[in-house]
Design a protein around this ligand. Structure first.
Ligand code: ADP
Ligand code: MG
Length: 240
C-alpha cells in the first residue's frame, strides 16, 4: 500500500520518565491497509509509545495524526471518534454481560439492531466463541477474554486497531494462532493494525512490516525477511 494515503503519522515523539528517555524521537507513517508489528525487548519503550499514540500520556515532544487530524492532546475517550480502536482491558467494561451481548453492544454504535446482531454473531464465530455466546464475560478464561476483546474492538468498525501485546500470557501455540487470526481479520475487515509483541518469532509468520524499538528508538523498519537478517536487530535479540 505504498500509494495508499497516510493513516497514522507519528512525528518525533519523545517521552522521558526522570532520566530515562522511554521514547526517544520516534517517527513513522502507517498507510491504510498496512498492518505492522512493533517489537523490541522488554523495556524498549513499546508500551510507552502506544500510550502516546492512544492519548493516555502526553509526549514531551512530537505529534500523532490520524487521517490528517491532530490526535496529540486529545483525551483517550476521543479515540473512537477518530476511527481508532484498542483492545486494552475492554472486556472489563463488559464483565457482567454475556459474550454475544457484549459484542452486540459494541456493534450497536453506529449500526441498526439487525445489522449489529449479524456483525456480532459473525465476529464471535470467527473468533471461535460461538459456543460461549451466552456465557457471562466475567467467567471466561484468559484466552477467551483476549479473543472477545478483539471481537469487541472490531465490532466498533475502527479503521486503526491498536493492540499492546494482544497475546500476552498465552502459550506459544495459542499466541501464534491469535496473531494469525488478527492478520486474517484485519485483511477481511480492511482494518489497519498496529500491535506490539516482545517475542520476535511470534510475529515473523504474519506481519508484513516489522518495526524494532530499542532504548526508545526505532532501529529497524521493514519486511520481516530484512528485519530478521538485520545485524543490529540480531545483536539486540541474540547478543550476536
Ligand atoms: P516495553 O513496553 O517495551 O517493555 P515500556 O514502555 O513499558 O517498555 O518501558 C520503557 C522504559 O520506560 C523502561 O525503562 C521503563 O522502566 C520506563 N517506564 C515505563 N513506564 C514508566 C513509568 N510510568 N514511570 C517510570 N518509568 C517508566
Ligand atoms: Mg510493554
Amino acid at each position: 500500500p505504498t500509494g495508499a494515503p497516510p493513516l497514522l503519522v507519528v512525528d518525533g515523539l519523545v517521552k522521558a520518565f526522570g532520566g530515562v528517555r522511554a521514547v526517544d524521537g520516534v517517527s513513522f507513517v502507517l498507510r491504510a491497509g498496512e498492518s505492522a508489528a512493533l517489537i523490541g525487548p522488554n523495556g524498549a519503550g513499546k508500551s510507552t509509545l502506544f500510550s502516546l499514540i492512544a492519548c493516555q500520556r502526553r509526549p514531551d515532544a512530537g505529534t500523532v495524526r490520524m487521517e490528517g487530524r491532530l490526535l496529540t492532546g486529545r483525551p483517550a475517550h476521543a479515540l473512537a471518534g477518530y476511527g481508532i480502536g484498542r483492545t486494552f482491558q475492554i472486556a472489563r467494561a463488559f464483565s457482567s454481560l454475556g459474550v454475544f451481548e457484549a459484542a452486540r453492544t459494541a456493534a450497536r454504535v453506529g449500526l441498526p439492531r439487525a445489522e449489529a446482531d449479524r456483525r456480532a454473531g459473525d465476529l464471535i464465530a470467527r473468533l471461535g466463541l460461538t459456543g460461549l455466546a451466552d456465557a457471562t464475560v466475567a467467567t471466561l478464561s484468559y484466552g477467551d477474554i483476549k479473543r472477545l476483546e478483539l471481537a469487541i474492538a472490531l465490532a466498533g468498525r475502527c479503521r486503526l486497531l491498536l493492540m499492546d501485546e494482544p497475546a500476552a500470557g498465552m502459550a506459544p501455540a495459542e499466541r501464534r494462532a491469535l496473531m494469525e487470526l488478527v492478520g486474517a481479520l484485519a485483511a477481511e475487515e480492511g482494518v489497519t493494525v498496529l500491535f506490539t509483541e516482545h517475542d520476535m518469532d511470534v510475529v515473523f509468520g504474519h506481519a508484513r512490516r516489522v518495526m524494532v524499538l530499542h532504548h526508545g528508538r526505532l532501529i529497524a523498519d521493514g519486511p520481516p525477511e530484512r528485519i530478521r537478517a538485520d545485524s543490529r536487530v540480531r545483536s539486540v535479540y541474540l547478543g550476536e
